[in-house]
Design a protein around this ligand. Sequence first.
Ligand code: C2E
Ligand code: MG
Ligand code: MG
Ligand code: MG
Length: 292
Amino acid sequence: QAKAHSKNSYQYFCREINAATQDQLALEAAMRRGIDEGEFSLHYQPLIDLFSGTVIGAEALLRWTRADGSSIPPDRFIPVAEENGLIHPLGQWALREACRQNRAWQEAGYPRIKMAVNISGFQLRRSDFVPLVGSILLETGLRPGDLELELTESSLMENSEVNVLRLHALKALGVSLSIDDFGTGYSSLSYLKRFPLDVLKIDRSFITDVPRGEHDRVITEAIIAMAHRLGLKVLAEGIETADQLLFLKRHRCAMGQGHFFSEPLPAGEFARFLGHHSRLCPRSSTSSGSYD
Ligand code: C2E
Ligand code: MG
Ligand code: MG
Ligand code: MG
């Protein structure tokens, strides 16, 4: 009886694994095809100076819309791309396209902003990553200071000795570095001093319950204070309400992003938003601003 049972569950288990592998393989094949056929694009979410309400940057976020019109979110396809190696062509395409787009906005006369690009730990781990960034900057003509690379705590810690050197090499190119989803990865804070970082991005999960949730309020306050003490700039992710904005301003968090200001937008819509919410266009920013 016990044997029969375990045989059944074994078969059941195999079927489950098989189905998961099939799904994975199908997704991988679709991803390869999607890359070739231009199904991937970038959306841009405005990064906001919380005190002036102006746009100071954009975060480039990958989007995958398939031929049938359905879309697959990055939280689903990035891990798969990391497993099958497609993160390299995809990440390289995203970096080049984001740099090209930022330069194109500058040439079209829009105010200069920073372009933030998410970098997977798998990309950072390649020894040719720094030269790749250098050549993309040369090729697109974007000033290094107008590019920011977003790295995660876990990807920095994976190979921390090499990464310290690699991050210094990136700093030598002139790009800025931020740490994404701060507070959700390794809890060791000592690395913050070892890496030459510029910006700390507080993960959305802490901002969600601010200012009502006492826990998250305390954590958010502490992260902001610590960032300041370490000489880092701080940006809050996932701002959705005026209360959250007020709380963050009170604690002198200078930058943020979130649906309260704007969702990630296709390039054309982002440019329009930038035109309306930039320091150089005070008239339009007061007439159409949804925030102060
Ligand atoms: P992330 O880098 O932390 O990006 C912020 C995510 O929060 C984005 O999700 C954005 O749409 C979402 N978000 C922004 N404001 C709000 C808000 O007010 N409320 C809520 N609920 N969500 C908000 P998205 O675009 O689905 O991307 C998810 C993750 O996928 C990113 O998290 C990033 O880790 C990864 N990703 C996206 N594009 C790339 C890429 O080009 N390369 C790599 N390596 N990863 C990427
Ligand atoms: Mg990010
Ligand atoms: Mg993030
Ligand atoms: Mg995230």
